[in-house]
Design a protein. Structure first.
Length: 318
């Protein structure tokens, strides 16, 4: 790529600043000079804001759209993602691998500022790093960060606070749940990486998941957004190389390969004492994965969706 992930994301944010009212979001500049964009904490947000949030999270290396779909016999929108740079867009940018934690603030952070920080082991494993003068981050949080939190993030992202932009959205918001629903490809790639598969073989990918309904609270929102991917997410990966390794790893990839599979995620989360680290990490993947080998022409399919559980999770009663 000719420009860095952070540079691409920064341009997307700059282009959006003239459309804040249209997107139903807000932007404040803190005393540090950091701009904080509110996608649903104190603002209403919107579907368009959610699409922008997902695109920024992917550093502009993926197309994100809302398409028509179905759950059972019910008309239902789906979030659709297409990328020809899956590793850079999803693992080096979109993956929420940074836990922001202070005495007064907590958020899961994603976006290209992770690549600037280089604090996660995955960047060494993928052999990717960047050092751009500006950084862009997405915070999944129920409140906006204060100046001390922002200064900590800027220091770890190796930028001056005035060269940092943060986009904040609660999971229980319209924009927040959409950006989580846009992570079907990311979850599949991350699981492949955890299974020690060479993700560099994945040259392109498409993914979709139903757009989960906005929930009344954080726990319910976490449940619905995860269920959208675990039980409704579908990913197609265009890969190179041999077919045998795909045949071997394929059954391990869908969410149904986990012992925790089969219950609404909110229940799984409660049973794990609201601790993600007590949940089987192999659960976090799409319901169905298709490999299309562009070297051999072979197509292999693994996993299946569970529309009944999705309807229960989403509160759909036909």
């Amino acid at each position: 790529m000719a420009i860095t992930l952070n540079e691409r994301a920064w341009e997307l944010v700059e282009q959006s600043l003239s459309k804040l009212d249209e997107l139903k979001i807000g932007c404040d500049s803190l005393q540090t000079g950091t701009r904080v964009l509110d996608f649903g904490v104190q603002t209403e947000g919107s579907l368009a804001a959610g699409l922008l949030l997902a695109r920024v999270c992917l550093s502009g290396l993926a197309e994100v759209s809302i398409l028509n779909g179905e759950i059972g016999t019910i008309f239902w929108p789906v979030v659709h993602v297409v990328t020809d740079f899956p590793v850079q867009a999803c693992l080096c940018s979109q993956y929420a691998g940074w836990e922001v934690k202070t005495d007064s603030y907590f958020a899961m952070a994603s976006g290209p500022m992770r690549a600037n920080a280089g604090r996660e082991e995955i960047f060494k494993q993928l052999g990717y790093s960047e050092r751009h003068r500006c950084a862009v981050g997405i915070l999944e949080a129920d409140k906006l960060p204060d100046s001390s939190t922002v200064q900590q993030i800027a220091a770890e992202a190796k930028v001056e606070p005035q060269n940092l932009v943060l986009l904040v959205a609660p999971t229980s918001s319209l924009a927040g749940c959409l950006q989580v629903n846009a992570r079907a490809i990311e979850t599949a790639l991350h699981k492949l990486h955890e299974l020690e598969f060479d993700v560099g073989r994945v040259v392109s990918a498409t993914g979709m998941a139903p757009l989960s309904p906005v929930a009344s609270g954080t726990l319910a929102a976490i449940g619905r957004t995860n269920d959208a991917i675990l039980y409704g997410g579908r990913v197609t990966m265009y890969v190179r190389g041999d077919d045998e390794s795909l045949e071997q790893i394929g059954p391990k990839l869908p969410a149904c390969s986990s012992a925790d599979y089969g219950k609404p995620f909110e229940q799984i989360f409660r049973d794990a004492n609201s601790d993600f680290y007590q949940i089987d990490p192999m659960l976090f993947s799409p319901a169905q994965v298709v490999f299309q080998n562009i070297d051999t022409g072979r197509v292999q399919c693994f996993g299946k969706t569970d529309e009944k559980l999705l309807m229960e999770s989403f509160g759909i009663f036909p």
